[in-house]
Design a protein around this ligand. Structure first.
Ligand code: NAP
Length: 300
């Protein structure tokens, strides 16, 4: 349902409009401009969020121009999250942990690199009073998204079990976590069905961080024993298109609490928004803008 907050008129662009945006390549399908601009409008903030198609070989020049252009900050998406690292003046602990930057803030001409994915993942759970300290979290996948999830869960005191199709990648992530002094995580082979099932049965949280189930493969299920999903388990699928994945449908049918990837998308954006403006935005407005964007016919 639309609320008044969605229908307010955006402040007109003027000489004092502040600019933020996203660097990506491609960037045309990013949902971030709709999400952030909806929140600026709802709050009557004189900001605009612009998509910038920056080819990978231009990332250095583009990021180093931000201060000269008076741009307040940018998000970074594929392929820039790691490529940008050499150009950043200061990294937050999260960005250092994950070795990737998704948010840059220009402060006194210096580029501060943050990564809001891990907090964006955790915040919707925390808001519900969810706690994982001392409990087992089962994470499937070991790519970029998994890195942010695993470091966050470790910092929340979870016992993390990691399973990935390519075991070596999971082991590298476990090694990086150990090197960061955040603790030990257990890696299980994806083909050890019994160990995977045992780990899922004793888990409080299952985070699906692989690309399995993404549109157009909406019928696909990750290779885990679905019968091991139990009613004390919260199932969080980072895939946000479709919003309700086949995994989440199966989890609901087994009485699990569920969380969609849209929540993480919205909250990682909300945390960046707060860093740039000093104001935590209305996440309901941002979520409606994302859902509208996901349902809109795509321009090619
Ligand atoms: P990535 O770095 O490319 O990692 C992909 C992961 O998926 C790897 O663990 C890979 O396993 C696994 N994988 C891919 N295809 C698979 C298959 N057919 N069977 C089993 N495993 C498979 O990608 P990413 O950036 O981490 O993104 C992963 C997913 O998270 C995407 O769906 C993305 O949209 C979503 N995501 C959501 C948010 C959000 O805000 N909700 C944020 C970031 C990412 P191997 O190592 O074996 O290749």
């Amino acid at each position: 349902m639309q609320s008044n907050k969605d229908t307010q008129i955006a402040p007109p662009l003027s000489g004092s409009t502040k600019v933020v945006g996203v660097f990506g390549y491609p960037v045309a399908h990013s949902l971030s401009p709709a999400m952030h601009n909806a929140a600026f409008t709802a709050l009557g903030l004189n900001y605009i969020y612009v998509p910038f198609p920056v080819p990978p070989e231009r990332i250095g020049v583009a990021i180093q121009s931000l201060a000269s252009l008076g741009v307040v900050g940018v998000n970074l998406t594929i392929p820039h999250k790691e490529l940008v690292l050499p150009y950043i003046d200061e990294l937050t602990q999260e960005a250092k942990d994950i070795q990737a930057v998704n948010t840059v803030h220009v402060v006194d001409g210096r580029l501060i690199g943050d990564n809001t994915d891990g907090r964006g993942f955790w915040e919707p759970l925390r808001e519900q009073g969810f706690s994982i300290a001392g409990e087992t979290a089962f994470v499937l996948g070991a790519g970029g998204a998994a890195r942010s999830v695993v470091f966050r869960l470790m910092r929340e005191g979870a016992k993390v079990v990691l399973v990935n199709r390519t075991r070596e990648r999971a082991e590298r992530l476990a090694q990086d976590v150990a090197n960061a002094g955040v603790g030990e995580i257990a890696v299980i082979s994806a083909d050890d069905a019994e160990a995977v099932e045992r780990a899922l049965r004793r888990s409080k949280l299952f985070v699906q961080t692989t690309k399995v189930g993404m549109r157009p493969d909406i019928g696909a299920l990750p290779e885990i024993p679905i019968s091991a999903l139990h009613s004390d388990l919260t199932v969080y699928d980072l895939v946000y298109n479709p919003v309700k994945t086949r995994l989440l449908e199966e989890a609901e049918a087994r009485g699990c609490d569920t969380m969609t990837g849209v929540k993480m998308l919205v909250y990682q954006g909300a945390i960046a928004f707060q860093r740039w403006t000093g104001v935590f935005p209305p996440t309901d407005v941002m979520e409606r803008a994302v859902l509208k964007g996901l349902n809109a016919p795509k321009e090619e």
